[in-house]
Design a protein around this ligand. Structure first.
Ligand SMILES: Cc1cc2nc3c(=O)[nH]c(=O)nc-3n(C[C@H](O)[C@H](O)[C@H](O)COP(=O)(O)OP(=O)(O)OC[C@H]3O[C@@H](n4cnc5c(N)ncnc54)[C@H](O)[C@@H]3O)c2cc1C
Length: 507
């Protein structure tokens, strides 16, 4: 293997490390991979670009006008009952969990802005409810038939992947309110892209990965529990176990991974040899060298545990095969702002409200009581709820684009105004306010996760989990169960590690 890389003659020499597996990315997927590998006796080095672990899970603080620092979860936080791998890991790490507050009535804003306080079913007309039920039943049936494991293998994959989700919904119903309410659960609520920009097959994968479309619609299911002290604690606990094997502040810039195939060189056009037709042994060991500013890590395998939109931030030597280079360009991040507003008390509870609010198509289309419980980075006692009340809301896709263009003060006013439509004027007086801005984070570049463009899933999805030479892939964004969620990240990290362990056993 050629190990030539930029000369370090004048710079401080890089620290050399040798191990069995270099893991790139210390989010939940990368750390779970490293944890599993070390438990099977393999040595690891985890290289993380940021100065912290956890990736898109992030325990944060916001300064309040009351002089206190308040705890917020800037990234991923909720666990649903089907997310059994994450639940088991949280238990194993000894982290307590608590349920989202859900006592009392919910609030629904109908398309004309009328406010409805309700218990149970959404207060829509009987015909709209019937249409919603029909669309949900269709999606449940498709999710059961297609499944989450290999949607690209379904005989109708190309057909379902050629239809924008919105087009499919409007072909089945003329009830705009029903369409908006069903669309929200996948489009602005999950993939955080307009429903015209991704396919029915992509929507079906989202539903199948959560067990069914009905599960996505049920907020008490999908947004069930949180970790006391925040979801980033899961990554922090795994990193603590790994100790010095986790190296922070070291973006991997170059990954040497294979011998070029001499037959591909083209002397006439001065094209150097590469591996455009792939390598003979995908998944097997090789000579890997991961290069960062300060480290050179030599290993026999790499686990690439970064979101797919960031694969191309690394220079591969030689370049990856052509099909991966093309496939990776069809995955892109959605865009959503997570809004955090902390109040002196959870005032909505005094009014018999749960804090759960919906309004399809509105600026803030979902709101939830996100009051903290337990010990966290701002203080607190195990098992004890914070006296301040926190609301969390979401501003998605085209709304997020528009709102980021506004001056900060105007942005805050518009968002709080939108929250007050659900909760009344007290919503406009938070003691602390914070907007999660993962789109501005170099090592994420969007939220919540990546998904394929129209037609991409059926054409390229089959490649996403296939190792390329000694490079294995692990990320929530290429998961089946738990797709786009921490549970999926944990599953993928474990699966990539076990594939390497299995490979080692077979020799
Ligand atoms: C605002 C928001 C809310 C969310 N809400 C939920 C929720 O409620 N429940 C839920 O389950 N999920 C939620 N998610 C999704 C969840 O956070 C992700 O699915 C999960 O964090 C993915 O883990 P991962 O390890 O696959 O990727 P990441 O968490 O993105 O970790 C990847 C890591 O790789 C690092 N990296 C990138 N490039 C390089 C490089 N070249 N070299 C070295 N390191 C690199 C990054 O810095 C990062 O630490 C949410 C996400 C966001 C953004």
């Amino acid at each position: 293997m050629s190990t030539e890389h930029p000369s370090t003659a004048e710079a401080t020499p890089r620290t050399a490390r040798d191990c069995d597996v270099v893991v790139i990315g210390a989010g939940p997927a990368g750390l779970m991979a490293a944890r599993t590998l070390t438990r099977h006796g393999l040595s690891v080095t985890v290289l993380e670009a940021r100065d912290r672990v956890g990736g898109r899970t992030w325990n944060g603080l916001v300064q309040g006008a009351d002089g206190r620092e308040h705890f917020i979860e800037i990234g991923g936080q909720w666990i649903s009952p089907d997310q059994t791998r994450l639940t088991a890991l949280v238990e194993e790490l000894g982290l307590p969990t608590f349920q989202r507050y859900r006592e009392g009535a919910s609030v629904y804003l109908s398309p004309d802005g009328t406010r409805h306080v309700y218990d149970g079913e959404m207060p829509v007309s009987e015909t709209t409810q019937a249409e919603m039920d029909r669309l949900i039943a269709e999606l449940d049936a498709l999710a059961a038939e297609v499944g989450a494991t290999a949607p690209w293998d379904h005989p109708r994959a190309a057909e379902l992947d050629a239809v924008p989700f919105r087009t499919w919904l409007t072909s089945l119903s003329e009830d705009q309110e029903a369409i908006d309410n069903v669309s929200i659960y996948v489009a602005s609520g999950m993939l955080t892209k307009p429903s015209t920009t991704f396919s029915l097959l992509q929507a079906v994968l989202m539903a199948a990965s959560a067990g069914s479309f009905s599960n996505l619609v049920d907020e008490d299911f999908i947004l069930d529990a949180r970790v006391e002290g925040g979801m980033q604690s899961v990554s922090r606990a795994m990193a603590a176990e790994l100790g010095e094997d986790v190296v922070l502040g070291q973006p991997v810039r170059t990954l040497h991974w294979a011998e070029p195939d001499a037959a591909t060189a083209d002397a006439l056009n001065e094209v150097a040899a590469d591996v455009r037709d792939g390598v003979p042994q995908d998944g097997g060991p090789g000579d890997v060298l991961a290069v960062t500013e300060d480290y050179e890590v030599r290993a026999r395998y790499a686990v690439l545990a970064v979101p797919p939109n960031l694969y191309s931030r690394i220079s591969y030597v030689p370049p990856l095969p052509r099909r991966q280079m093309v496939a990776h360009q069809h995955l892109s991040m959605g865009l959503v702002i997570k809004v955090h507003a902390v109040y002196e008390t959870p005032f909505w509870r005094e009014e018999g409200l749960s804090g759960t609010c919906f309004g399809g198509g509105r600026l803030v289309q979902e709101l939830y009581d996100n009051t903290n419980r337990g010990a966290n980075d701002a203080g607190g006692e195990p098992g004890v709820e914070d006296t301040c009340g926190t609301m969390v809301g979401f501003v998605s896709d085209v709304h997020a684009e528009r709102i980021w263009e506004l001056p900060a003060e105007r942005r805050r006013e518009e968002i709080l105004e939108a929250m007050a439509e659900y909760l009344g004027p007290r919503a406009k007086e938070p003691v602390a306010f914070f907007l999660s801005d993962m789109a501005a984070e170099e090592w994420t570049r969007g939220a919540y996760a990546t998904s394929y463009d129209l037609g991409g899933l059926s054409r390229w999805g089959h490649l996403q989990n296939r190792p390329v030479g000694p490079i294995h892939f692990a990320c929530s964004d290429i998961a089946a169960e738990g797709y786009q969620h921490v549970d999926g990240a944990v599953r993928m990290g474990e699966a990539a590690a076990l594939a390497i362990v299995d490979q080692e056993r077979r020799g």
